[in-house]
Design a protein around this ligand. Sequence first.
Ligand code: 13P
Length: 340
Amino acid sequence: MKAELEAIAQKMVSDGKGILAADESTSTIKKRFDAIGVESTEDSRRDYRELMFRADAMKEYISGVILFDETIRQKAKDGTSLVSLIEKAGAIPGIKVDAGAKPMALFPGETITEGLDGLGGRLKEYYDLGARFAKWRAVIDIGAGIPTPGAVAANAHALARYAALCQENRIVPIVEPEVLMDGDHGIERCYEVTEYVLKVVFSELYQQRVALEGMVLKPNMIVPGKKARTQASIAEVAEQTVRVLKSTVPAAVPGIAFLSGGQADEDATAHLDAMLKLGNLPWKLTYSYGRALQAAPQKAWAGKSENVAAAQAAFTHRARMNSLAALGRWSADLEGKKAA
Ligand code: 13P
């Protein structure tokens, strides 16, 4: 079982490939569709995800796709399951299993991610539906007096319990403790909070007997808050991010796949590329982007069937740029050029 988990984890972070986070909940995808003037229905969500999973990007640049509960059960227009489309492209289907971040009792302004009750049973069902990895996201906000040690400990414990349940059910856990980039804090505060959170998370993973070789970490990068007065250079973000990860993430972890967290598409690419160019890294570094892979195709699609090819091209372009970044071979002048 351990070898099976390790093989999946390694495939998820194989050279030049990354993960497509397409696991928006029904309410989140509605927000994305509202922005492009598309009504969110079971069929429109299916049509959108089907076009993504049939795009050229899937074969070359995507190792795995994180799905939402509805999507893992859906069929394409021709009756093929969306899971089969992903598998046929050579990618691994994955599933978001948390039930969302909810206000935490007695911790004003902080959240705890729910979804542990009955999770073992749900994982068994998802395995039968084709999922070979899962995702659970803990949300840590930075503000006056937060995060508190109590809320970080509760979230880290839940992440570790989730990861243990995944491994017991032959599913690789993506462990995602996201420190948000909302707010006006500087890059130093993001560093300090992320360092603390990762230390606590790895301590809990150890306590819960999680095999580090059979998991993937999905962290935020070290960036200033969106409303901070001083923004950071690409080089600074790359250096600080690699520094915090080297001081907190054991080399036994096969790979780290970043979330984009609201960064501009090209920034998310440039930051990843700059980290790879630093070199001398003990784990693979790649992408597990939601918005930074999907914003461009969503805009190009706008819900119209005549735009499907353009949307697929936009997705393939962003995926190719991120694939090059994950190899440390991206440069800004490649952005204007479409794939040959
Ligand atoms: P973003 O890249 O849009 O942050 O989404 C990734 C994700 O899966 C967040 O949980």
